[in-house]
Write a protein that binds this ligand. Structure first.
Ligand code: MG
Length: 285
């Protein structure tokens, strides 16, 4: 299933996609949380429909507009990107080009926006806004001490995330929370594909285009630490909860990989596409 949250006739609703049709399963006062509730309920696949409307008549939001907690993000998780970031001068404090262990940080849940929403570069006083197309993994059940072999049992599904970043704030504050947590800097969507829809995770292809120009292109198997390793690492000491979102890192081709850097500006269109997950498009405002 492709789970969606959307506005229709001025109200927030939730359900799933069926081709070019939006199936409405929840149009009540808690529609904002309906997809998260579905995930936390175990995602049985049985979500009774109330009505159907044309996809063209709805405005998609982030499938989980208000995540349970901050997005868990992985840094420097593709070899070529680790090299470009290390070489950019923005990798404050890093001792090694390719990390020996996963680099993990978080991104404020309040920064989430949906497909088509503006990313407000105007909020960044340093005007150094960069894109990071990423595969997001949605956790489906409480996970502690999970081995790599069992890791996919805990994956509910997948979504596109754009880990938009202010490079100067990221550098200035040393730790990444402020530079990554700017309001509107976490576009997500257009839908969550349940795990059964993705037959070969490693073969998923990611491409980021800026104003139609291809900047990032990679497959999931290019990751330094694969999804099972990330889940094993995160649950070795801590707990993942159903509804948690892991942004698994971005491949080479971000703006700071260029000399001089190619930051995005007001009016630029960022489009991230991943196999089976559609295209997440946002304009810089
Ligand atoms: Mg990132």
């Amino acid at each position: 299933m492709k789970l969606i949250t959307f506005e229709h006739e001025g109200r927030l609703k939730a359900g799933y996609l069926d081709g070019k049709t939006a199936v409405i399963c929840d149009d009540g006062p808690r529609a904002n949380e309906a997809v998260l509730d579905y995930i936390r309920g175990g995602g049985t696949g049985d979500w009774p429909e109330k009505a159907r409307v044309a996809l063209a008549d709805v405005h998609l939001k982030a499938p989980v507009p208000e995540p349970l907690r901050d997005i868990i993000c992985v840094g420097k998780n593709y070899h070529a990107h680790a090299a470009e970031f290390f070489g950019s001068g923005f990798d404050s404090g890093a001792m090694e080009e390719v990390p020996s262990n996963p680099v993990v940080f978080s991104k404020a849940m309040t920064s989430v926006v949906g497909p088509g929403d503006d990313v407000l570069a105007s909020l960044d006083p340093t005007r150094s806004v960069d894109y990071e197309g990423e595969l997001g993994v949605i956790i489906g059940k409480t996970a502690r001490r999970v081995s790599k072999a069992d890791a996919y049992d805990y994956v509910f599904g997948y979504v596109i995330v754009n880990d938009v970043t202010s490079r100067e704030l990221q550098k200035k504050h040393n730790q990444w929370l402020i530079g990554k947590g700017v309001d509107t800097f976490c576009p997500m969507g257009p839908w969550i594909a349940t795990a059964d829809e993705i037959t070969d995770v490693d073969a998923m292809e990611l491409e980021t285009k800026i104003n139609g120009e291809s900047r990032q292109k990679a497959t999931v198997r290019d990751m330094v630490f694969d999804i099972p390793t990330l889940i094993e690492t995160l649950t070795a000491t801590g707990t993942l909860l159903p509804g948690d979102i892991i942004a698994t890192g971005t491949p080479a081709g971000v703006g700071i990989g260029f000399k001089p850097p190619k930051y995005v500006q007001k009016g630029d269109v960022m489009a991230v596409s991943i196999t089976g997950l559609g295209t997440l498009e946002n304009t810089v405002g």
